[in-house]
Ligand binder design. Sequence first.
Ligand code: ATP
Length: 393
Amino acid sequence: ILQLYGPLNLFGTSYRSLQKNFIDMEKMLDLFKEPVEIQDQPDAKPLVMTGGGEVVFENVSFGYSPQYPNLKNISFKIPHGKKLALVGPSGGGKSTILRLLFRFYDPTEGRILIDGQDIKTVIQSSLRRKIGIVPQDTALFNETIGYNIGYGKIGQDHAQVFDPSWSTLLQSRRGSSGSLENVSGVRRVSLNSKSTKSVRRGRKHKSEPPSSSPDTAGITDGDEDADIEGEDVDCDDDNDWEDDVRIQAAAEAARIHEIISRFPDGYATRVGERGMRLSGGEKQRVAIARTILKNPPILLLDEATSALDTQTEREIQNSIESISKDRTTLMIAHRLSTIVDADEILVIQKGEIVEQGSHVELMQAGGIYAAMWMRQLRDDRTPIASGLSSQKE
Ligand code: ATP
């Protein structure tokens, strides 16, 4: 029976994923039109990183609707540079924790503190500049690969402007593709119309002026799709070589430079719907490169549930390990083998922390986490999320 249950469960998950994809794409398009819900307080101050990025959740409760709490009394602390992993069944509230830290919503009760400052009282853009996101499925602009990597840096200075990484965090994650490949109306962003540059294979290229100014950049009504044409990587200073080198260095660190070098136009190769399709592993490396450029003290990681080949998975794991070093890291884990070294693990179920400790402590406790391990060992080809969903159903 157990042998049969796995494939059936997987089939169910895939069917729901398919169904959900359509809904999520609609939801995502709706989100683009919505104004930012959370407003800065009139006396909001910039977030100051006095302790290097210590994150504290203090008795946090939250519900997407007032009558139903999706998180109940969540408390934890991630000291500067440490890694905390969230595991647990689908729908338990892991992504919601990340969304609250990024301040897409405010808690209904409790506080979230970064270096002792309640994030409710800080300027949102200053908060978001300090947080990098590597989602499990990165959204791409219909743009060059260079632009897509450089966007992390651009997004840093235009934190209120739509950032592709946020879309995948914003929406309910299950079964979503999180891709911008089919989304029109997202304009390319330029920081400084006088210093637009292109990154091409090993040479400088001065391009046409950018199609949008910082004032108008961001989300449009969808009629201006043509504006996203172009091959430029917009940069905020006048040093072509430095930017070129930075983008390539980030790509190298994310182990995608060699892949890009084989593209027909190198960094000027168009990706997305109207260009080259990137694999899941390549997209995740783009997100890692973006994050390397952004260089945030706090990192949110959402490990991919989709199966990657072993070699790619190991390479991505290595890059993730190197970027999370010395950064305060909050990660959603689906493969338990990747979090053995986490400083702390929280098992989240139905909006509550049901177990908390290091891998060794939780294994010794012989509770839910230990059972999840046993299940994963039994079928190490099945991502843990699929195994877990059987708990819920
Ligand atoms: P998964 O591993 O499947 O991504 P998760 O643990 O990350 O699950 P969340 O995405 O945080 O879970 O969702 C927690 C609960 O909140 C779920 O019941 C989900 O259906 C609900 N939820 C998520 N987003 C919304 C939303 N925008 N509006 C209403 N309910 C939502």
